[in-house]
Design a protein around this ligand. Structure first.
Ligand code: F6R
Length: 265
């Protein structure tokens, strides 16, 4: 794992976007992005959008696969992840909507929709770079604690804590769905690269457990310890409970020139 501790949330967005853009450029125009919803990647998306607008990055031939979707919202609900991805990713990054995919949480048969989603990812050649946030309980995607470390896209039940965390997007917690479709931890591990962003003290415990805790389904994010190319970009507050902060900073301060260039630092 490559741990990058940034001064603040703005720097998290810039560094993470530079990392994603470098990977996208190396893969080529038909890069397949894995995209998360939630607050954490918004700065990253804003910076990618700025690059697209400035002509520094062209994603017009890229595809994207969202991590997850609620099950139980009416189709077209503004907080459905289909709608959120359209607002925060497809439009600002000027992606072709026909190549942007979200698990179909409105399907009468969500289990089949999950299987179809795995097949669609495979047909696209797999995700090249997966953008991730982490839940305060350590979830990635909507893989809640006790999720199988080798799971694939499937129907899951959200924890009370996740529903409380996400209640800010709804009028009340009762409106937050109980169920979701989510890429599995095995699906996420198959991505060519993973870039996870986290900001704020509320994520500090989850970040510490993910990076320095045991590999355990109790902290689903810890599965990234098995990923061969995972970059974790956090601000000071989210990094505050990492025991080896000094070492991660020292690595960053002493990167060989070629790596600084790759990172865009
Ligand atoms: C969203 C997702 C979740 C979020 C996590 C953090 O598609 O898969 O894992 O990344 O819940 O959410 P925020 O960023 O809103 O704190």
């Amino acid at each position: 794992m490559d741990i990058i501790i940034c001064r603040d949330a703005d720097e998290v967005g810039r560094v993470a976007a530079a990392t994603v853009a470098r990977i996208a450029e190396a893969v080529g125009p038909a890069v397949v992005l894995g995209v998360a919803t939630g607050s954490s990647p918004l700065g990253l998306y804003q910076e990618l959008a700025r690059m697209v607008e400035a002509g520094e990055l062209d994603l017009s031939e890229a595809s994207a696969f969202a991590l997850d979707e609620y099950v139980g919202l009416p189709e077209g609900h503004p907080e459905s992840y289909a709608a959120v991805i359209q607002r925060t990713v497809t439009e600002p990054l000027k992606l072709d909507p026909a190549r942007v995919h979200v698990p179909n949480g409105f399907d009468a048969d969500p289990q089949q929709a999950a299987l179809d989603y795995e097949e669609a990812i495979e047909d696209a050649g797999g995700v090249d770079v997966q953008i991730l946030g982490i839940g305060s309980n350590g979830h990635i995607g909507f893989n809640e604690p006790a999720s199988s470390l080798s799971s694939r896209t499937r129907l899951k039940t959200l924890t009370k804590r996740t529903r409380e965390d996400n209640a800010r997007f709804f009028d009340s917690i009762d409106q937050v769905p109980l169920h979701c479709l989510t890429q599995g931890l095995g699906t996420i591990l198959d991505a060519g690269a993973a870039v996870l962003v986290a900001q704020g003290e509320g994520k500090a415990d989850a970040v510490a457990a993910m990076v320095e805790g045991p590999l355990s389904a109790s902290c689903p994010g810890s599965v990234l310890q098995l990923h061969r190319r995972a970059t974790i970009v956090v601000d000071e507050a989210a990094a505050s409970k990492l025991r080896n902060q000094g070492f991660y900073r020292w690595i960053n301060d002493n990167r060989p020139a070629w790596q600084r260039e790759i990172r865009g630092a």
